[in-house]
Design a protein around this ligand. Structure first.
Ligand code: ADP
Ligand code: MG
Length: 341
């Protein structure tokens, strides 16, 4: 049975960066203002995610890593309107089937923290142990894929896994600018690979992460489309409505490859059709055009987006897709033209 669980878990947790993404989302769901990540060997040997969120209640600790245990989904109908990032109760369980997990947590009502270790979905004896702690949660994941040796051996030594984790953190740091800050370090090193403050404006975060040249080339983009209503009340057959907030590089920016960092309703996703359409806008403005850099925070009515996708499925579709893409591209074109005058 554990083997079956492990194979399923290996699908959800494909590499350190996928585990990190799930745990970052848990920290954000817990209301964290700052999240610190420490990695060793790209997260394969050691990964710690420390947040200052609400913590885990003592009574929830025994089942924290059980499959399909979630504190977030109360009823099936909630699926339509769910506002938290997690809802399937699959991430921590999966991580515990392919690694050793240690959780230290403290809620506002606890006098001290508790530490628990988990393996194969279960809390290990002796159970919650009182420890000194600060409010929030620290999750340590060690020896990822220790029990899946072919998978483990497929990872080559080198910076690749660390860099994929850095990518994930960069996306969230940009998206969450103004509300959450992030730090990434290698174990045993004082210097950080990424550090942002919760209050920094988005452009400052981009500048500190990606450099002054890119930041100086960016044009702000804001757009309200259709009825503009993106509330949970909009039904499946309701009107087109969306909001976009973002930054796009100008026509003088020199990029070697095009980048689209897209969040739809708070989730980082891939959308190949939108990416190709944006590239076409830049080429139409300037055939020698350099590759665009685009960040978009797109809000759609929750029912218009399929959120109940497998955690590893990053490419998402949504209702009125072509209309939304056309409107976004039109707005980008307008911003680019205006910047030329
Ligand atoms: P989901 O996010 O889908 O609910 P997870 O497996 O990701 O499922 O997490 C299981 C549960 O563990 C969450 O519902 C939440 O109650 C709790 N949890 C996980 N990480 C944290 C955290 N950093 N802070 C507070 N609670 C957490
Ligand atoms: Mg989750």
């Amino acid at each position: 049975d554990a083997v079956v669980h492990r194979i399923a878990a290996g699908e959800v947790v494909q590499r350190p960066a996928s585990a990190l993404k799930e745990m970052l989302e848990n920290s954000l769901d817990a209301g964290a203002r700052h999240i610190t990540v420490v990695l060793k060997e790209g997260g394969l040997k050691y990964m710690q995610i420390q947040d200052d969120g609400c913590g885990v209640r003592l009574e929830d600790m025994p089942i924290l890593c059980h499959r399909h245990t979630t504190s977030k989904l109360r009823a099936y109908e909630d699926l339509d309107t769910i506002s938290t990032l997690g809802f399937r109760g699959e991430a921590l369980a999966s991580i515990s089937f392919v690694s050793h997990v240690t959780v230290t947590t403290m809620t506002a009502s606890m006098q001290h923290g508790y530490r628990v270790r988990y393996s194969d979905g279960e809390m290990l004896p002796p159970g919650p142990k009182p420890v000194a702690a600060v409010p929030g949660t620290s999750i340590i994941v060690e020896d990822m894929f220790y029990n899946m040796l072919p998978r483990k051996r497929a990872f080559r030594p080198g910076p690749e896994e660390h860099n994929l984790c850095l990518d994930v953190l960069q996306k969230y740091a940009i998206y969450k600018a103004g509300s959450a800050g992030f730090t990434l370090k290698r174990q045993g090193e004082a210097r950080s690979d990424l550090h942002t403050l919760p209050t920094s404006p988005r452009l400052d975060v981009i500048r500190s992460l990606l450099g002054p040249d890119l930041a100086a080339s960016l044009l702000p983009l804001q757009l309200t489309g259709g009825s503009g209503d993106v509330s949970a009340a909009v039904p499946l057959d309701g009107p087109l409505g969306f909001k976009v907030d973002g930054f796009v590089s100008n026509l003088t920016h020199i990029g070697r490859r095009s980048t689209l960092i897209l969040f739809i309703n708070g989730r980082p996703v891939d959308q190949g059709q939108l990416k190709r359409a944006l590239e076409a806008v830049y080429v139409a403005q300037n055939p020698k055009a350099n590759k665009p850099w685009v960040f978009l925070d797109l809000q759609l009515p929750p029912r218009h987006v399929e959120v109940n996708v497998h955690p590893t499925k990053k490419e998402v579709g949504f209702l009125h897709q072509q209309e939304v893409i056309d409107a976004v591209c039109g707005a980008v074109e307008g911003v680019l033209r205006a910047s030329m005058n």
